[in-house]
Design a protein around this ligand. Sequence first.
Ligand code: ATP
Ligand code: MG
Length: 580
Amino acid sequence: MQYNAVNGVYITRHVVINDGNLVGANIVSILSSSMLTLPINWTELIMNYNIASCCTKAQCQRGLSKKNAMRWIDPHGTRTDYTFGDLEMQSNKFANVLTDLGIVAGDVFFTFLPKMPEQFFAFLGTLKTQAVCGTLFYNFGEDALLDRLGDSGAVGIVTRKSLYKKVARIRDQLPALKYIILVDGEDDPLNGVISYVRIMAEAAFEFEVQPTAPGTPSVLHYTSGSTGKPKGVLHRHGSLTSQVATAQGVLGLKEDDIYWCTADQGWVTGTSYGIIGPWSLGVTQVHYGGGYDAQTWMNLIAQEKITVWYSAPTALRMLMREEESIFTSANLSCLRDIYSVGEPLNPEVISWSRRVLKHDIFDTWFQTETGAIMISNRPGLEIRPGSMGKPFEGIEPAILADDGTPLPEGEQGNLCLKAGWPSMFVTYLNNESAYKSKIKDGWYYTGDTARKDSDGYYWFMGRSDDVINTAGHLISPFEVESALLEVEEVAESGVIGAPDDLLFEKIVAFIQLHERYQPTKDIEIKIRLHVSNKASSIATPQELIFCDSIPKNKSGKIMRRVLKARYMGTDAGDTSTLEI
Ligand code: ATP
Ligand code: MG
């Protein structure tokens, strides 16, 4: 990668980035916050931001090389520990592997693996070389892979045999993809397939990380595709400042914590808070390779003595459907705090958690584009169930009308952020115009709508294109869904607006009942009455449609546009991230 100091422009093989001076002001405001006592020498960091070095080498230099960095629990429950020294060595080796293959700064390299140790080593190793590391959710099908590998011009990928089949089928459409490293496979030189075990055994374990300026591209994530075609969101090494500051200032991580983040590394939460934030603070993480199972999860928290747990509303709503005895019989006294991200956290989930888990849940809001938590609840801040909390230090949100005018307190509008926080994305890969269209007069338009109350709490209303305009009122699908969830018989719901001659849009609710219930007229009446009392009569769905499941995307978010297409009988657009 070349850096032109005069213009502040980085040139990579695939992307040209204007470094600008996005970092300066916000570093000062974030770091000067009195609550932060970071264990890393930040002056040094600003000189050399390399994310991976901060997660591994810096920790070893602080004397933590023998401290456990990761307790890996495989899907069968077998436990293996990796120290910070192991992370440093394995990631150095991987960096040497890529360098020996000829992969250079600015190249795009992907991991396509389920949660497993090799994924973490590869991620950190790739960042050490200053190549860009993209992470692909292991559940992706061929179309989703082709989109992402093709769009990014990826030169290599680390995967495993069972997933390689999908890549092999699209390989001839990916001319740039030269190297495939298989964690459990043999060398196959004819097909450019390399054995991870062999090549890692041969690699040296010293790797000198080049000084990495904050603007150097780092991580590439494609968004969840909730609202349309997923976008390739490019981040840079300077994002570390926000990630580590929020891991400490919001998640409250301390060196003696045992922390579990359930997010897959394919999504931004999985890298920002499943790798970068906690390890830069020298915190031990538990990573579990198995899927959702309430009993196993509770056992895991108790046995591993998890102190801080970061999960998502979908998972928490699934727990709510389980027998309460699972939770009352578990010893969760080790838990200090629970956090949630990814979707609005329905107030009912918080009440359930208070009653059954005997804990609050702190809702946090961010996006792939923001790279780190921007608005959140956190210890020391009174929780207002349904509100996503207050902005983090150095983050300046605003509620703006479509024409950019600030809206008064209490009014719903575009949730915007003053551009320039350290983990702000650099661009949408190959879609600079979409990036530019999101930034007006120094404000980044998040695409979400919200309102701010008189005490400075922000309340999520919906996606800008998701708000229902009925009988002259703007209704958030989330508000209706939250009210629906309070009805005992309702397990999940998805609410959409559909065209209506009289109301402009009518409210249509798709409802999944708990397994033990069948739809009846009585349940219908009960639901309507409840929403009318709880939300408002205007928010009461005109139509209730009972179904077996609510479509979600692979990161667990309700896909309202799929429901709408189903209702309207139209094409649902890009469904590559739809969970089947
Ligand atoms: P796409 O941009 O492709 O439509 P996406 O927006 O779902 O997908 P992500 O970047 O993973 O992709 O998700 C960020 C979005 O998730 C936010 O813009 C917001 O709509 C929603 N979200 C995240 N956290 C919260 C939260 N705490 N409360 C409400 N909504 C949230
Ligand atoms: Mg989005």
